[in-house]
Design a protein around this ligand. Structure first.
Ligand code: HEC
Ligand code: HEC
Length: 463
C-alpha cells in the first residue's frame, strides 16, 4: 500500500507507557478523522507527555461538543481539542495555520486581530492572526459598561480596531478540563457571579460560546447544553511523564489525571483565610507528590535523580517559601491586610490542583501597562468621579461589573496540566515557566536564587 494513501488514523503512533496503551496523535491529525473509542488520550508537549482522561467509558466524539452549533464551522473542540488537553497552544495554532493556509475555522471572528481586516489572501490572513498564531490568544470583545464608574479615554490598539463599543481583550482559552475544581468560570469569573451554581455557570458559558465564538443566532437547546456539560465535566488532565524526571503517575507519587478523579474538593476547601465551610484549618502543603524524591542523595551523579531532586525542591519552595503578598487588589483589600505573609499556596491553595476554592478575583499586575508587550492593545480608563486614570491591557471583570476597583482582576487558575497551556497567564504573558518564577520574584520581592527559580520551574512543569 502506498504510504501516502494510508488514512490518517493508521498513522497514529501507539505508545505503550507505564503499562497502558495510549494513542499519541501526531501533528497532522486533526478533526478530520474520528479517533477510536478510548477513555485516555495522551499528548506530547515540550517537557513530556500530558494525559487527558474521561470518567465515561470513552471520549464520545458524537457529543455536540464536537458539532458546529452556530453559523460558522467551529465547534467547542476547535479551541478545546481533546488531543491537546482540551486547550490550544500557540504551537498548535501556528501549526494549524500552516497546514490549512489559515483557512481553519479557528482563524475567523474572534480568532483574528481585527475583525474588519482583509483575510482574502494567505499573506493577509497571516498578518491578521498575530495573537492567535504567536500566543494562542482569542479576542474577547466587550463594550465599556455605560453605567459603570469609568470611561475609555484612549485606545492604543496595534490592530486599529478596538473602540468603546468593542474593546479587544486578548485572552488564552482555559482548558475545558479539571472543571470540578473551578470556583468561578472564565478568566474574569464573569460566567459565575455570586450565587450561581457551577452547573448553571457552565450552561451560561455554552450559550455565550454559541453566540460569540460560533457566531450563532439561535441558542442551543437545553438538551444540547446538558450533553456538553455532562461531557466536559468528566474530563481530567495532567502531566504524566516528564522528560527530566520520568514517570509521574506511579502509585507512590500519585500524580496523573486518575488521582484527580477522586480528589476531595468542595468550594472553600483549604483556603488561607479561615472561610472553610467545615471549619478546617488551612494547610499550605497543597502539593506533596514528590516527598519521596527529597531523600535522594544530593551527590548523586545520576542525571534523572538530580532532576528529581530539583522537582522535589521546587515543590517544597511552592508550599513553604514565605514572602509578603502586598498590593493585590481583590486579596489584600478583601481580607483587610495590607501585608499577608504567605507562600505560592496562599493563593494556589486547592490541594492537589492549585486553583483557589474561593471565587476571589485578583489583580496581580499581569495586565498592568508596565508589562505591556507591543502586540497588546493598551487602554486608558478614567474614573468618572475622581478623574483618576489607569492604563491596562485588559480591564478584566471591571468590564462586567463596571467597578473601578475591579480593573485588572482575574481568577487564580488551576495549575494541573499547565504544560499543555503555554503561553501562560490570561494574556499569554510568557511561554516559559521560568519567566513566571521571575515575575513573582520581582512582584513580591521574594529573593529567589537562580537555583530556586529553576527548581520551581522544574516542579510546575510536572503538574
Ligand atoms: C474560538 C475559541 C473557542 C471556542 C470555539 C470555545 N471556547 Fe471555550 N474558551 C475560549 C476562551 C478564549 C476562553 C477564556 C475566555 C475568557 O476567560 O474571557 C474559554 C473558556 C472556556 C471555559 C472556562 C473554563 C474555566 O476554567 O473557567 C469553558 C468551560 C469552556 N471555554 C468551554 C467551551 C465549550 C463547552 C465550548 C462550546 C460550546 C467552547 N468553550 C467553545 C475559547 C473558545
Ligand atoms: C496573590 C495571589 C497569588 C500568589 C501569591 C501567587 N499566584 Fe500564581 N496566579 C495568581 C493569579 C490571580 C493568576 C492569574 C493571573 C492572570 O492571568 O492575570 C496566577 C497565575 C499563575 C500561573 C499561570 C497559570 C496559567 O494557567 O497560565 C502560574 C504558573 C502561577 N500562578 C504560579 C505561581 C507561583 C510559582 C507562585 C509563587 C512564587 C504564585 N503563583 C503565587 C495568583 C497568585
Amino acid at each position: 500500500m502506498n504510504a501516502n494513501r494510508i488514512p490518517h488514523l493508521f498513522t497514529l503512533g501507539v505508545l505503550s507507557l507505564l503499562g497502558t496503551t495510549v494513542l499519541l496523535r501526531p501533528s497532522s491529525v486533526k478533526s478530520q478523522a474520528t479517533p477510536p473509542a478510548l477513555n485516555v488520550v495522551d499528548a506530547p508537549n515540550s517537557t513530556g507527555i500530558s494525559r487527558t482522561r474521561t470518567t465515561a467509558a470513552a471520549f464520545d466524539y458524537t457529543n455536540p461538543f464536537f458539532k458546529p452549533l452556530g453559523s460558522n464551522a467551529r465547534s467547542c473542540a476547535t479551541c478545546h481539542p481533546v488531543s491537546q488537553g482540551m486547550m490550544i497552544t500557540s504551537e498548535y495554532t501556528e501549526r494549524t495555520f500552516n497546514e490549512t493556509d489559515g483557512l481553519d475555522p479557528i482563524f475567523l471572528a474572534d480568532g483574528v486581530d481585527n475583525p474588519n481586516a482583509d483575510m482574502s489572501t494567505l499573506e493577509a490572513r497571516r498578518a491578521n492572526t498575530v495573537m492567535i498564531r504567536t500566543k494562542g490568544l482569542i479576542r474577547v470583545g466587550f463594550p465599556i459598561p455605560a453605567a459603570g464608574e469609568f470611561t475609555l479615554v484612549a485606545v492604543d490598539d496595534p490592530y486599529g480596531y478596538a473602540n468603546t463599543n468593542d474593546i479587544s481583550c486578548f485572552r488564552r482559552p482555559l482548558p475545558s478540563s479539571n472543571l470540578r475544581f473551578i470556583p468561578t468560570v472564565m478568566w474574569d469569573g464573569r460566567e459565575r457571579p455570586a450565587g450561581r451554581s457551577l452547573h448553571d455557570a457552565l450552561a451560561s458559558q455554552v450559550r455565550s460560546a454559541v453566540f460569540t465564538h460560533m457566531q450563532g443566532t439561535v441558542a442551543p437547546s437545553a438538551e444540547t447544553v446538558e450533553k456538553i456539560i455532562n461531557f466536559e465535566t468528566k474530563i481530567f488532565t495532567s502531566q504524566i511523564y516528564d522528560n527530566g524526571a520520568g514517570a509521574l503517575n506511579t502509585p507512590n507519587i500519585g500524580a496523573g489525571p486518575s488521582a484527580l478523579i477522586d480528589l476531595i474538593y468542595y468550594p472553600t476547601i483549604n483556603n488561607a483565610f479561615g472561610l472553610d465551610i467545615f471549619g478546617y484549618r488551612f494547610d499550605p502543603i497543597v502539593f506533596s507528590f514528590f516527598i519521596d524524591w527529597r531523600s535522594i542523595h544530593p551527590n548523586t551523579t545520576n542525571v534523572q535523580k538530580q532532576y528529581r531532586l530539583s522537582v522535589a525542591r521546587g515543590e517544597k519552595i511552592f508550599t513553604t517559601k514565605r514572602f509578603f503578598i502586598t498590593g493585590v487588589a481583590g486579596l489584600n483589600d478583601v481580607v483587610g491586610k495590607a501585608k499577608i505573609k504567605g507562600t505560592c499556596s496562599t493563593c494556589h491553595s486547592t490541594p492537589g490542583v492549585g486553583s483557589n476554592s474561593l471565587p476571589y478575583l485578583m489583580n496581580t499586575g499581569i495586565a498592568d501597562a508596565s508589562r505591556r508587550t507591543p502586540d497588546m492593545p493598551l487602554y486608558t480608563l478614567k474614573n468618572k468621579r475622581t478623574g483618576a486614570t489607569v492604563q491596562t491591557t485588559d480591564p478584566g471583570i471591571a468590564l462586567t461589573s463596571g467597578k473601578w476597583k475591579d480593573i485588572g482582576k482575574f481568577k487564580v487558575p488551576n495549575l494541573r496540566g499547565i504544560e499543555t497551556q503555554s503561553p501562560y497567564m490570561h494574556n499569554g504573558f510568557s511561554g516559559d515557566v521560568g519567566d513566571i518564577a521571575e515575575f513573582y520574584d520581582s512582584r513580591f520581592s521574594i529573593g529567589l536564587t537562580d537555583q530556586e527559580k529553576a527548581d520551581l520551574k522544574a516542579f510546575i512543569q510536572t503538574l
